[in-house]
Design a binder for this molecule. Structure first.
Ligand SMILES: [Cu+2]
Length: 160
């Protein structure tokens, strides 16, 4: 082997840095603070959260998502139904009105990783692609936070 393990790890970290260090933009859609909850080894599904801002003059729609970390990635809503929390798959996608920010957070809208290939480990970055009706495809990475997290942890200042 020409490369030592540390060199390779450093190289991978460098490749991952640009995605991890800043929020994503594609055209008029801005994605901030994508994060996911860590999962137990027995869990086959996991939740991901982020905020979507539509800076354009036209409404847009998150129509689908994919990730190499899961068999399928769905867009879900969660609401109380007679005292019971229910999840519902948004098969028609998630509308983002012009000028609006749609926030996904625990207990509400979320990204659902279905058929996890491995547990989501704290500190890991989970790559994913989001597809929008107008803005096209945006590549992001979800940072895995502790299971107790209610929002993205740590500092999200831009790194220069
Ligand atoms: Cu769900």
């Amino acid at each position: 082997m020409r490369y030592s393990r540390t060199t390779l790890a450093a190289a991978i970290a460098c490749l991952a840095a640009p995605i991890a260090a800043r929020d994503a933009n594609a055209g008029t859609i801005r994605i901030s603070h994508p994060w996911a909850r860590e999962t137990a080894p027995s869990q086959t599904v996991g939740g991901g959260y982020l905020s979507l801002t539509n800076k354009g003059r036209q409404p847009d729609r998150l129509i689908s998502a994919t990730s190499p970390a899961a068999r399928e990635v769905q867009i879900h809503s969660m609401s109380m139904d007679r005292g019971v929390m229910r999840m519902r798959r948004l098969t028609g996608g998630l509308a983002i009105p012009a000028g609006a920010t749609v926030a996904m957070a625990p207990g509400g809208l979320h990204i659902m990783f279905v058929g996890l290939k491995a547990p989501l480990k704290r500190g890991a970055m989970i790559p994913a692609q989001l597809s929008f009706e107008r803005a096209g495809t945006i590549r992001i990475a979800f940072k895995v936070e502790p299971v107790t997290a209610q929002g993205p942890g740590g500092s999200h200042h831009e790194q220069h």
